[in-house]
Design a protein around this ligand. Structure first.
Ligand SMILES: *Cc1c(COP(=O)(O)O)cnc(C)c1O
Length: 444
């Protein structure tokens, strides 16, 4: 047999891309430089290392592999089977789960797959309001989850914590078949046991979408939902620092019955993934998932998860000390959400920070009067800066830079702003110096 190497294909690939498609190649190169030279405080951002990128680009991508390990509709799947089985075993070990499906293409797909497995169109679901921290796929009216199913939504209480009294009231009033918990902009611990108690009151299935806190859960830095809920979903590219993809887990719930009272839940999920909602799995992405699920079990990742929490706490404390109004008053995870001074629209402030190479999200805050596109708050997250090994000093620097911009920016309207060019130049110099000292993992 000829000697071939998968790593040659990668090195050759980039040379060929430069040669055959210089325009596309220049965009990819510029994006690489942009990531290296900016401070990403976007709460959903992650960061892949070279081993994850290599696995996602491997030639295993060429295999069509409808079905599951040992039961495919195509030939040539012997190594795909090994890779998928490895990813499944590692996911189960990592999260202490009894069942894992590594085929969903993203977290949104994972949520739709779970819903399709246990619901009929028109069935009632109860999820968190988009405006108060939920996700589109948790029953928002603009999403298929809010269009196909009859969706009721809960939110936050006066302390800006998940309003469990409201969850219980809505559950008792509307008897949902599925309750969804999990958030996108909630900076506090989520009490999955309390959600279970309420789900049991009305015999509802319970889905935890832990996308945002998946890394903390994997590292034991946030309580795991797996023992309490029926389904746990997540994407693999935010706090898991893996490839673009989704994951569905089950604990002992895998043997509970689906609504037909005959099919165990795990079979209902297998079928809902393939053939109902997806075709051939993304084989190279599953390889990259296997890679990251191994890394996530390391002491190095445990330390990263702890740094993520410590850095968010430093950001939160620094901003509070500068007088900012933090939603919920602080953070238990990687997220810091704060209100801007009333006259400043979120969109324009996000743009001003962006032009200083600091990436954040405008975000609605409880009681917000501005539209979701403009918003009145800023959401920060500590995943990527922690991956770059930044610590307390750098977080204090971030808070100070953000404060210097917010306190001098002049907003012309919701989208346009003016900022002193000297201040902008000073901030960029500082950002680039920090970025040089703390390179992204693939830039080392
Ligand atoms: C980002 C996010 C999603 C969507 O993830 P995709 O993989 O992009 O579909 C779903 N749920 C929550 C809670 C999220 O934060």
């Amino acid at each position: 047999m000829a000697s071939v190497s998968v790593s040659n294909t990668l090195t050759q690939g980039f040379a060929k891309l430069d040669e055959l498609d210089p325009v596309l190649s220049s965009y990819l190169q510029a994006e690489h430089v942009r990531q290296s030279n900016t401070l990403s405080l976007v709460a959903s951002s992650g960061g892949t290392d070279a081993s994850v990128l290599a696995a996602s680009a491997a030639t295993i991508v060429n295999v069509t592999a409808e079905g599951y390990p040992g039961a495919r509709y195509h030939s040539g799947c012997q190594y795909v089977d090994k890779v998928e089985a490895l990813a499944i075993e590692r996911a189960k070990t990592l999260f202490g789960a009894s069942y894992a499906n590594v085929q969903p293409h993203c977290a949104s797909a994972a949520n739709h797959i779970v819903m399709h497995a246990v619901l009929q169109p028109g069935d009632v679901i109860l999820g968190m309001n988009l405006d108060e921290g939920g996700h589109l796929t948790h029953g928002a009216k603009v999403n298929v989850s809010g269009q196909l199913y009859t969706s009721y939504q809960y939110g936050l209480d006066a302390q800006e914590r998940i309003d469990f009294a409201q969850v219980e009231r809505l559950a008792l009033a509307h008897r949902p078949k599925l309750i969804v918990c999990g958030t996108t902009s909630y900076s506090r611990h989520i009490d999955f046991k309390e959600f279970r108690r309420i789900a049991d009151l009305v015999g509802a299935y319970l889905l935890a979408d832990v996308t945002h806190i998946a890394g903390l859960v994997a590292a034991g830095e946030h309580e795991s939902p797996v023992p309490y809920v029926d389904f746990t979903t997540m994407c693999t590219f935010k706090q898991l620092f893996g490839p673009r993809g989704g994951l569905i887990l089950m604990g002992e719930s895998m043997n509970k019955l689906a609504p037909d009272n005959k099919t165990p839940l795990y079979r209902a999920i297998q079928k809902s993934v393939f053939p109902t909602m997806q075709g051939s799995p993304a084989t190279s992405i599953i390889a990259a998932k296997a890679r990251i699920f191994d890394h996530l079990q390391s002491a190095e990742f445990k330390a990263l998860a702890q740094r993520i929490k410590a850095n968010a706490t430093t950001l939160s404390n620094s901003l509070k000390a500068m007088g900012y109004d933090l939603v919920t008053g602080g953070t238990d995870n990687h997220i810091v959400l704060f209100r801007l001074p009333e006259h400043l629209p979120g969109y324009a402030v996000q743009q001003a920070l962006d032009d200083c190479q600091i990436m954040v999200n405008k975000n609605r805050v409880p009681g917000d009067v501005r539209s979701p596109m403009i918003a009145s708050g800023i959401r920060l997250g500590s995943n990527t800066v922690s991956l770059r090994n930044m610590g307390q000093y750098e977080m204090e620097q971030c808070a100070e830079m953000i404060h210097s911009i917010i306190s001098s920016v002049q907003c012309v309207n919701d989208k346009e702003y003016e900022l002193d060019p000297a201040l902008r130049a000073r901030v960029i110099e500082n950002v680039e110096s920090i970025c040089r000292d703390f390179p992204l993992p693939y830039a080392k």
